[in-house]
Design a protein around this ligand. Structure first.
Ligand SMILES: C[S@@+](CC[C@H](N)C(=O)[O-])C[C@H]1O[C@@H](n2cnc3c(N)ncnc32)[C@H](O)[C@@H]1O
Length: 270
């Protein structure tokens, strides 16, 4: 984090996605406006947030065990232990992680994201995913773009409406990654909770937070040109590698991990 950065202004008059999510996870870094959104959401939202976070834990650990040492995590959220770098550095102490989020409250708590192992590195930048060039420029200072990188976009893209073309944005970011890199993605959906769709969208809308839950057919194109690893594009409660999935629970998130193919296989990432 740049030293001498002015203390970020936190607008407590409007709810913010990072603080609503913090409330859902039982955190303390939220304000009454955020709590009101949380309380208006269906009661299933808290379990969905926890199960999304648990997917992040499993996917990050799996990739670290597979040898991935570099992570670019956009839409990081308010630090919640264990954070991504703690998970991967427990497996690969030399892992390097760049975090980015557009909410100043995350910057205020960034110290917790910067507690790297001595062998590794972590960095945080206050940035918007809709401006990928700034994120990539900073990421290049910490990560080696000639070696595999895991790009994580976890519980982020449903905050981007269709007219912001989140698909193009993902292609732009993924297009910068070398072959052997991965995309870790999770995305809000009402496919298993159709009866809760309206209640969920209305709760966020009242807080002036755009929320675009997407169907499976709408989430799948985020992986265009990539090779989904097993078990594929599934609900958060179904993405397991070493251990079997527990008894089937409903989920409000689709998740997937996909590999950037070798260039000679014709990665079509325009
Ligand atoms: C629901 S939280 C997810 C946090 C974490 N990735 C996780 O899944 O545990 C979404 C995060 O995305 C951030 N966010 C929302 N829109 C963003 C944007 N346009 N650019 C960067 N970050 C954004 C929010 O500030 C928030 O911290």
């Amino acid at each position: 984090m740049t030293t001498g950065t002015p203390r970020p202004h936190i607008d407590t008059s409007k709810p913010h996605p990072a603080r609503v999510y913090d409330w859902l996870l039982g955190g303390k870094d939220n304000y009454p406006v955020d709590q009101r959104v949380g309380e208006t959401l269906p009661k299933e939202a808290r379990g969905n947030a926890a199960r999304n976070r648990a997917f992040m834990h499993r996917a990050a650990a799996w990739l670290a065990k597979a040898g991935v040492r570099q992570f670019l995590d956009i839409g990081t959220g308010i630090p919640t232990e264990p954070n991504l770098h703690q998970i991967v550095q427990a497996i690969r102490p030399d892992a390097r992680i760049v975090y980015a989020d557009n909410d100043p409250i995350v910057l205020r708590h960034a110290e917790a994201l910067l507690s790297s192992t001595p062998e590794g590195a972590t960095d945080f930048l206050l940035a918007d995913v809709r401006e990928p060039a700034a994120i990539l420029e900073r990421a290049r200072e910490v990560l080696d773009f000639d070696r595999p990188i895991a790009l994580s976009l976890i519980a982020l893209l449903h905050f981007l409406p269709d007219d912001e073309d989140p698909y193009h944005l993902v292609r732009t970011l993924v297009g910068e990654l070398p072959s052997g890199s991965h995309l870790i993605l999770s995305h809000g959906t009402a496919d298993q909770h159709p009866e809760l769709k309206q209640e969920t969208e209305t709760a966020y809308k009242k807080g002036a937070i755009p929320l675009r839950m997407r169907t499976r057919d709408e989430v799948e194109p985020f992986f265009e040109g990539l090779e989904l690893v097993a078990p594929g594009l599934v609900f958060a409660t179904e993405w397991y590698q070493e251990e079997p999935a527990p008894a089937r629970e409903r989920s409000g998130f689709y998740v997937g991990v996909a590999r950037v193919p070798r260039a000679e296989h014709g990665a079509v990432l325009t």
